[in-house]
Design a protein. Sequence first.
Length: 542
Amino acid sequence: MRRILLATLLCLPLVMMAQTDGSAIYRTLKTEPIQNPMLWADCPDPDVIRVGDTFYMVTTTMHLMPGAPVMASKDLKNWETVGYIFDKLTDSPKYDLQQGTAYGRGQWATSLKYHHGKFYALLAPNERGAMGDTYIFSADKAEGPWKIVSRMRHFHDCSLFFDDDGRVYVIYGTGEMMELKPDLSDVIEGTYQKIFEREEDEKGLLEGSRMIKRDGKYYLLMISHTYAPGRHRREVCYRADDIHGPYEKQVILESEFGGFSYEAQGTIVDGPTGDWYGIIFQDRGGVGRVLTVMPCRWINGWPMLGDENGKVPEKMRPIVSGQPETSIVKSDDFSDTRLGLHWQWNHNPVDGAWSLTERPGLLRLKTSRVVNSLYLAPNTLTQRMEGPACSGAIVMDLSKMKDGDCAGLAAFNSDTGALTIKKRGKRLVLEMAEMTVELSDRDKEVTKVDEKVIESVTLNSNKIWLRIDADFRPTGQGGGRDAANFYYSLDGREWTKIGTTDYRMRFDWRRFFMGTKFGIFCYATKKQGGYVDIDEFKYTKQ
């Protein structure tokens, strides 16, 4: 009963006064509550562990590099990216935007564990053949460096699990399991087992395996996509006294939240005082898949998620008070000689085509390959957008662009709104355009790009400021505004709106499978050798 009581009180401050909306005034703690979504940004497929007083989390970023971001928090409120599990994927030229692309592929649903003083991560790119091999990495510190321990056959949405008896397993697919060799070098042949059969009411996909052990029992958490009338996406748990079964099932979360869809897929983790928490993602349209945090209450041996009504709470009390405010999305003046961990490249970067040292204090992006669209351009630098609303702005020096070069700032996705400066002979033209890419199903090859120029302006200056404002606030109609608006300035003070009003940002799982990103780009359509310098990326969030 004590643990149930503690978990039930997770949403309560030490001292509170009732409000008409059920919220509370946080006086004694002197800290703001966690407002769900905990991370209103594209952070799907989370796995979370705790080591000492620190929570570590890894999420999916697929074709962005470096990949498999590791984030850290002391309070489940303030998160910061502290490292990446790998810098690049190199099994195919598609990761270099050649002979196809890796949009929507790459790193998926990484499993994170801590065992005998080491961190372990297991991931399997969503690909065919050797490109889809399962990787196991290890590190002494979550920040890295991470090293490859082994590669083996593909396991979809898998969970690495170290049992108390020293045996190691991978649980994957829909209730499938194999044992690994003690050194993690490969599977032990002949150990394949189907640990449960899908029940009649599980008509949709079961995936997103996360296995934990508590008080001698095994708990396998999974997302259930149930498409029957009146049924919704939900999180289910399979429980057993023996890892090999038999397993029984319980629905542990079936809750919509915040004017958006029902949510599921994630994990549970214990806090330093013995309380438990659930961290589950929710699809939110153009911003991507966001993270929510909620109490995990152990009731009759089941990890029930949500508040006392089984719903995702609007607010949660941070585990500890007084933590410094951190963020996974940041402004940058590019004064460091190393690129900040808040940045990721679209596919593998061309290392020799960017620099923070050739002109100290500025980021230089060079053209290195002649391409015909942004979707094949190397070295597009990205950061997530965040809700409920945010803004990103850059200032660019255009003086070294060559004829045919394109550079600018985009709301980057498979449907993109872009501010592009194009060098045409000796002229510079700023265009606001809407772009859409079509990809082949198998190789993700770019088969068609549609570009519609909405407005263009001739420039008489080699310096320009560009800005994109994004609004993801709920509309009250089962979705968000997902609106982007575009601006430019010639002095950094007076801004002029250009192009589409409320450009609609979209999430499409069949193509990029990611939320919209800020994208800074420079590419050549005629000859390589030109470049732009970016003086600053200024980011604000509502």
